[in-house]
Design a protein around this ligand. Sequence first.
Ligand SMILES: [Zn+2]
Length: 101
Amino acid sequence: MTSGWRSARHQRRLFDRAVAQYGSREAASRWVLPPDDSAHVRGQAVDVGPAEGMAWLEERGAAYGLCRRYANEPWHFEPLTEPGGTCPALEPYSVPSGGPG
Ligand SMILES: [Zn+2]
């Protein structure tokens, strides 16, 4: 596991850094959500690595209720089904609840 729960303050730093890197809040939000929208801040997301770990969890995560959520983030998993359930379809990338802006 490479990341789990994050404080709002830490998430804010990550988001601000991503805005500087990608040039806009909208572009940054595809990779890092602001604190109010991040499942990491709610304690409802984990990031895993390396690639073998991502592949392992993508194959077996539903048994634990953990699903990959975004097509562009193979490392990011959230509890999106009941253990043994079926994961929802991948979303292309993360979108802030208030919309880009
Ligand atoms: Zn993540």
